[in-house]
Design a protein around this ligand. Structure first.
Ligand SMILES: C[S@@+](CC[C@H](N)C(=O)[O-])C[C@H]1O[C@@H](n2cnc3c(N)ncnc32)[C@H](O)[C@@H]1O
Length: 238
């Protein structure tokens, strides 16, 4: 196991998010009670419980490339027949046997494919007029500092206007955009920091480096959080 995954083992979630994000999006999507939903890049599955509340008779497929995260999501919902968790590549969501979906939920993972490419793939995996909800790195100010730019380590976040344009160009109508809260970021960072503290004693050089890097990320985010973060987008295929 790489040092990165040793730090990220058994965390409740792998990116910023909270149940309120799910409720915000799904209250605005006219989903049937028996909707089929995909949690793309589900990580350890922390959004699944909130998603299920909107699917009284529906089905949820959780997909992630990293098998230990899928196993964690599977264990959390082992007694829930409405949930399947599967190792898979969200770049090929349209080939999943459960596709097409009524909604694809994608918290903090679309950037692995890129917004335009990822939405192109998702659109093929959706039913007619299906929904996508995703969170994506963004600048929250017109003039982000160098520290805010560096936080993303080479990735180029969009402004809200750029993000909206990319979503529309991919064949979607934007139904809403909101900023992911600071509490949602702390939902990710605080459990990670607790794990870092636990792993410090006895860490070898490689693990110590990973612990330092992950701790530094949390501290950097707290310094730039007014300037950059995630936008959560709800859009419908047109
Ligand atoms: C920042 S984490 C977010 C995880 C989860 N949505 C959450 O909020 O806790 C991004 C996730 O995307 C997954 N991922 C990256 N590329 C992927 C791909 N092509 N297909 C499926 N999952 C992918 C990673 O393994 C990771 O679990």
């Amino acid at each position: 196991m790489t040092a990165f995954f040793e730090v990220h083992k058994d965390l409740p979630r792998e990116g910023p998010g909270e149940a309120a994000d799910v409720h915000w999006a799904l209250k605005r999507a006219a989903l049937r009670p028996d909707a089929i939903v995909c949690d793309a890049g589900c990580g350890p599955g922390d959004d699944i419980q909130a998603l299920l509340r909107h699917l009284p008779a529906g089905h949820l497929l959780a997909v992630d490339l990293h098998a230990p995260f899928v196993a964690q999501a599977e264990a959390r919902f082992e007694n829930e027949p409405r949930v399947d968790a599967r190792v898979g590549d969200m770049a090929q969501l349209d080939t999943q046997p459960d596709a097409p979906f009524d909604l694809i939920w994608c918290a903090g993972a679309l950037y692995f494919l890129g917004v335009s490419e990822g939405l192109g793939v998702f659109r093929k995996a959706l039913k007619e007029n299906g929904y996508v909800a995703f969170s994506e790195p963004a600048f929250l100010t017109d003039e982000p500092s160098q520290a805010a730019r560096s936080f993303w380590d080479g990735y180029e976040p969009s402004s809200e206007a750029e993000l909206r344009a990319k979503v529309e160009a991919a064949g979607f109508k934007v139904l809403g955009i909101k900023t992911v809260s600071d509490a949602a970021w702390e939902n990710y960072y605080q459990p990670m920091e607790a794990r870092i503290a636990k792993l410090r004693a006895g860490a070898n050089a490689e693990l110590s480096k990973a612990l330092d890097e992950n701790q530094a990320e949390a501290e950097s985010w707290r310094k730039v959080k007014g300037e950059t973060g995630y936008l959560l987008v709800l859009a419908q295929a047109v």
